[in-house]
Design a protein around this ligand. Structure first.
Ligand code: ZN
Length: 158
């Protein structure tokens, strides 16, 4: 499997990324997830399986975020999973937009920053444009999961 060398990420942001890379959170699989999605990027061998369990109100009760590949996808997958519990899928869709916008170079509003946990650390990855995809892959999986749930509820409504 081709794997790109990990980029040097100095400073506090780099430390947060390496911390999540070395000790990723939320990797315990969920036995009966409400939704599961999988993404793969052959460019650097990055891979993620995301599982979500929802509560009765449609909020995230549990999340499993198992990634493989470079430090950036693993940190992004772990930091994303950290902020998911308790949120509705709609809120997570908005967060995903905010995250994508941040990776394109827009600084999140201070109100949005409060919702983002350690995710703003991934802003350093903007220095390496080809690696932005690595940071986004877990969010592609999240968006796919949200779409699956929405498609299901539309089916149930019709
Ligand atoms: Zn990668």
């Amino acid at each position: 499997m081709p794997q790109l060398p990990d980029v040097p990420l100095p400073g506090l942001y780099g430390d947060a990324i390496m911390d999540h890379y070395r000790s990723p959170r939320h990797r315990e699989p969920i036995l009966q997830p409400d939704v599961e999605s999988h993404e793969y990027n052959p460019f650097c061998g990055d891979e993620i399986t995301l599982q979500i369990k929802l509560d009765d109100c449609g909020r995230v009760a549990a999340v499993s975020s198992v990634s493989q590949g470079c430090s950036i996808i693993q940190a992004s997958a772990s930091m994303m999973a950290d902020v998911m519990p308790g949120r509705s899928l709609e809120q997570l869709g908005q967060l995903s937009q905010t995250f994508r916008s941040m990776m394109r170079g827009n600084s999140p509003a201070s109100e949005a920053l409060l919702q983002m946990g350690e995710l703003p650390a991934l802003q350093v990855v903007r220095q390496y444009p080809v690696r932005i995809k690595c940071a986004l892959l877990p969010w592609v999986a999240l968006e796919e999961g949200i779409e699956k749930v929405q498609a299901r509820s539309e089916l149930a409504d019709s």
